[in-house]
Write a protein that binds this ligand. Structure first.
Ligand code: ZN
Length: 460
């Protein structure tokens, strides 16, 4: 970094001078990230050399060890692994779903956590509904059937996360709800913003103690439409299902953590990171290779510029966000037990698309202050303008309750394409654009710099 920048970033300044110093610093951050950023190259290794990495798998552990060695190449003061025990869920041999009468093969993926079908599969008539609440009306009719929840994605919503959220409860609660009425399997229309392809989207589901565990699958949107048509022509049409998944846990694995000690307030910690595990399809590129490689590169960008943080910066790659959130739970437990002072957290787990801003969990006064002070630095030159009160990411959200005073930032890239790729075979390295990713790295590095240098000014 230029000497003048070090001076500006290090010494106390009036607010006008601050703004000028911040503008200059951010220009350097963006220049560094866009021209020499390395997140994209790291992402290539993670996705192509390691690939998808469900928690508890050998690949997930390979990602842990590789991340640890990558962090050790940087000037952190400490790099370490934190033990996490996770249940390991294994998909087994590929699933099958076939409409018996016309042998039409439907594209399906077992939902994470699902049990398999009995040996040789199962075959049954299908009851199609849009909402689980309709099961009530069908009563006895559900018995012995495969229940097919065919609720289309709301394409009118620009906030795709909201469209996703509208139906996740039907994914997670479906198997238990169906089993309660005597249904034998659960077929769930994929949560996908892409309504014209045949890729199923997996995702977590769960069972309820005391209610039978029945096999649960996601069916692609296009296959869901074909099944719908087949059922309209013949409501008695049967489907044959085969699935070989099941729980194999528990397995001991790790969160990966690196720390750079603060020069002024080393006991005050800024946590930054995302989850290193992925579902067991595709390459876990946008979910969440970009979040992990991007936050690491954000810190590396500041390091390359010679920036010396006042507070301790702690990079955390959480394990097992996708099927249990055990890594973040463990992180929170240990941080609370050790009475750590975590003043801020940044999480990246919404893809590596062009950055749009951050959702903020903080007091109304703090959010107002950030909108007035930091937002103008981003919005005109860098097209980053969303600074709204909102929820933290899933991982920091899990320990947020134990740390009510931690100001939390949830990175928000452009939302349009994320749920097209999310939890599918399409979420691969090639779906990530280098410039968009590095632009996000720059936005995150800029925010990290602003938090570290000015968080003490935030209204309490
Ligand atoms: Zn994720």
């Amino acid at each position: 970094m230029h000497k003048i920048l070090v001076a500006l970033a290090t010494f106390g300044l009036t607010s006008g001078a601050f703004a000028q110093a911040d503008t200059t610093m951010m220009r350097e951050i963006y220049r560094q990230s866009l021209t020499k950023g390395e997140a994209y190259d790291d992402l290539r290794y993670l996705t192509k050399e390691i690939g998808h990495r469900i928690a508890g798998s050998d690949r997930a552990e390979k990602a842990v060890k590789w991340s640890e060695s990558l962090m050790k190449t940087l000037p952190f003061d400490r790099v370490y692994l934190q033990d996490v025990t996770v249940p390991y869920w294994d998909r087994g041999a590929p699933e099958k779903a076939i409409i018996t009468e016309n042998s039409d093969t439907l594209q399906v993926l077992a939902l994470g956590g699902s049990v398999g079908t009995p040996q040789g599969g199962l075959e049954a008539e299908v009851l199609e509904i849009e909402y689980l609440s309709e099961l009530q009306n069908h009563g006895e009719d559900v018995h012995g059937k495969i229940v097919f929840v065919n609720k289309p994605w709301d394409e009118s919503l620009v906030e795709t996360g909201m469209a996703y959220g509208l139906n996740t409860a039907q994914r997670s609660r479906g198997p238990a709800a169906v089993a309660k009425f005597g249904g034998v399997a659960y077929l769930f229309r994929s949560l996908s913003s892409s309504t014209r392809d045949d890729f199923p989207h997996t995702g977590g589901t769960r069972y309820v103690a005391g209610i039978d565990s029945i096999p649960a699958m996601a069916i692609s949107v296009v296959s869901a439409e074909r099944l719908h048509t087949a059922l309209q022509q013949n409501p008695k049409a049967k489907v044959h299902l085969e699935q070989h998944s099941g729980w194999k846990g528990p397995v001991q694995t790790h969160n990966v953590i690196a720390e750079r000690r603060g020069t002024e307030k080393p006991d005050e910690i800024i946590t930054i990171g995302g989850h290193i595990d992925s579902w067991d399809v595709g390459e876990g590129a946008h979910d969440n290779g970009t979040g992990t490689m991007g936050t690491l590169d954000a810190i590396r960008t500041l390091m390359k510029l010679g920036y010396k943080p006042k507070h301790t910066i702690r990079l955390v790659f959480y394990m097992n966000e996708e099927n249990g959130v055990h890594g973040a739970t463990r992180y929170g437990e240990l941080a609370a037990k050790n009475k750590e002072k975590i003043i801020a957290a940044i999480e990246s787990d919404a893809g590596g698309f062009a950055p749009r801003g951050f959702d903020i969990k903080a007091s109304r006064e703090s959010v107002d202050w950030i909108q007035a002070t930091w937002k103008p630095l981003f919005e005109q030159q860098y097209w980053v303008s969303r600074f709204l009160a909102g929820s933290p990411g899933v991982d920091s959200g899990i320990w947020a309750e134990q740390f009510p005073n931690t100001v939390m930032f949830n990175f928000r890239p452009d939302p349009h394409r994320y749920f097209d790729l999310h939890h599918t075979d399409k979420d691969v390295f090639e779906a990530v654009d280098r410039r968009e990713l590095q632009s996000g790295v720059a936005a995150i590095a800029s925010l990290l710099y602003l938090i570290d240098s000015q968080i003490d000014q935030l209204p309490k």
